[in-house]
Design a protein around this ligand. Structure first.
Ligand code: NAD
Length: 485
């Protein structure tokens, strides 16, 4: 059963960059789905603000087309869509100049309601927007700003962004999005760990052999080549999404589920990470096939040394995890699109069944995509006569099956996160110090790559990544889990 929908208070949400790709693909469809779910007050307003010359009607057409293209859901009876579009308006505005700010002020003026500014623009404009929001008196005491990834490209730039935002807004007003934190299964990770007595006593180096976190994509860089080639897998995925998954998996139980307590515990995990040795990091770049271009072909730079794959053996230096490595990997053009966290428990201390019974381990797998769910591998007797032979079978709970038709009603990451902004709940957003700590750990790895000037290891499209990544595990007597859809 899906929990009840709590209507949000009336709000004004200004989407700077309201005509961009992110607004089109994610923000507007997410808002529409919340509208259909009854969570968006009829008085709420969504104001697109961008450079393009549009009027309200033009923006509504833009939103209609976006929702038609990207909302594959079925909630959109025509009258719903028209009612939703009626709550949209548009201001032509320049983040770097004066154009449009008077019109935006006039629109917002006097409205006594929650106010949120979504910075769906490149980070180079965050400071300009923040300055002008303040200069035009639009920053009400509890106004919120939402900023997108990438939050910097290294520690220095992240610090500069934090400082820039801090000049105009309090940390309690800043919502740094990592959409992985809005995923249902990611939050479920906390529920599994902290609402069940079953797992927590085993959740440590005494019982856990190692943990694998995989975020595999089957697609290449596609149309994002320009951006991606300047970032690479380390900056695009490891520093933020995988780091967040690592934190939620490894953190101590917070005293309560609130933004300060949860983020304090996540920060402690990042700070406890030992500096990664270069030998514990593998970077790769995909090759092409007869029908698909290579990474270099896709980004149109035959000399590019940007990594489309990275694997890291990370160590957390604290009492809970000393001796239990975390193997992290992410990449593009891998065998399948599959993301999971696998907690691999240690062997039973003594096998009463003798060596013929083979080696069996419990593995708890939290699947983030596809088929969100949880699987517990348990060892049982192989049925039939002929002695005691053991096999591993899964106790499998796919959420869509467990929840039935209600599973379709679960809000997607952007829906949940936008509504959390309106509610003023920062729990699922990254705090400034967390982001900086994550860069502090990744910067030396990137610097060492750049200094070594070695190209990434090539790997075949549709594989599990470069051979060196397999070796990273093999040398420890372990192996990666299969990447399967
Ligand atoms: P985009 O280039 O498609 O859109 C940029 C938007 O900013 C447009 O609406 C444009 O009119 C507006 N803009 C540009 N300069 C402006 C100015 N001077 N004044 C006012 N408006 C201006 O970009 P996007 O893909 O929508 O990305 C927006 C942000 O979200 C970026 O920071 C990006 O890194 C981040 N992001 C995007 C995606 C995605 O899937 N597109 C995913 C994650 C994060």
């Amino acid at each position: 059963m899906v929990s009840r929908v709590i209507p949000a208070q009336p709000f004004d949400l200004v989407i700077f960059g309201g005509t961009g790709d992110l607004a089109r693909r994610k923000i507007l469809p997410a808002l529409f789905r919340r509208f259909c779910a009854g969570q968006m007050d009829p008085q709420a307003r969504v104001i697109g603000a961008a450079r393009g010359d549009l009027d309200d009607a033009g923006y509504r057409d833009f939103a209609r087309a976006a929702i038609g293209e990207f909302d594959d859901d079925v909630c959109c009876a025509a009258e719903h869509l028209d009612a939703f579009l009626g709550q949209l308006s548009y201001v032509t505005l320049d983040a770097r100049g004066d154009e449009g700010w008077g019109a935006l002020s006039a629109l917002l003026d006097g409205a006594d309601r929650i106010r949120a500014f979504y910075f769906s623009v490149g980070p180079g404009l965050f400071g300009d927007l923040a300055t002008r929001i303040e200069a035009h008196g639009l920053a009400t005491p509890d106004a919120r700003v939402v900023v997108e990834k990438p939050f910097g490209r290294d520690l220095a730039s992240a610090r500069a962004l934090n400082a820039e935002l801090a000049r105009h807004f309090d940390e309690t007003q800043i919502y740094r999005i990592d959409h992985y934190l809005g995923k249902e299964t990611v939050q479920n990770l906390m529920a599994i760990r902290f609402a069940n007595t079953l797992f927590e006593p085993l959740w440590n180096s005494q019982y856990v052999d190692h943990i694998q976190i995989t975020v595999a994509e089957s697609g290449g860089v596609g149309t994002r080549g320009g951006y991606y080639d300047k970032a690479g897998a380390m900056r695009d995925m490891m520093q933020n999404h995988i780091m967040q998954l690592l934190c939620l998996t490894a953190m101590e139980p917070p005293a309560k589920y609130d933004p300060h307590a949860v983020r304090d515990e996540k920060l402690k995990v990042i700070r406890a990470l030992s500096p990664a040795q270069l030998g514990d990091v593998v970077r790769g770049q995909y090759e092409g096939t007869d029908s698909l271009p290579s990474y270099r072909g896709e980004v149109e730079d035959q000399d590019s040394t940007t990594e489309s794959f990275v694997a890291v053996k990370a160590r957390i230096g604290n009492w809970r995890w000393a001796g239990t490595p975390f193997y992290l990997r992410t990449g593009k053009r891998l065998r399948a699109r599959a993301s999971e966290i696998a907690v691999v428990f240690k062997d039973a201390p003594h096998s009463i069944f003798g060596s013929d019974a083979g080696r069996h381990r419990n593995i708890l797998t939290i699947r983030l995509q596809p088929n969100e769910g949880i699987e517990m591998g348990v060892t049982i007797k192989e049925p039939g006569p002929g002695g005691m032979r053991l096999i591993d079978v899964p106790l499998d709970m796919t959420f869509s099956e467990a929840l039935g038709p209600d599973a379709d009603l679960v809000p997607d990451a952007y829906e949940r996160l936008i509504m959390d902004v309106i509610r003023g709940d920062q729990t699922l957003f990254m705090r400034g110090d967390e982001v900086e700590a994550a860069w502090e750990w990744t910067d030396p790895i990137i610097d060492a790559w750049e200094a070594s000037n070695t190209p990434p290891c090539p790997y075949a499209t549709g594989s599990a990544g470069p051979d060196d990544a397999l070796a990273l595990m093999h040398r420890d007597g372990r192996r990666w889990r299969e990447i399967k859809p």
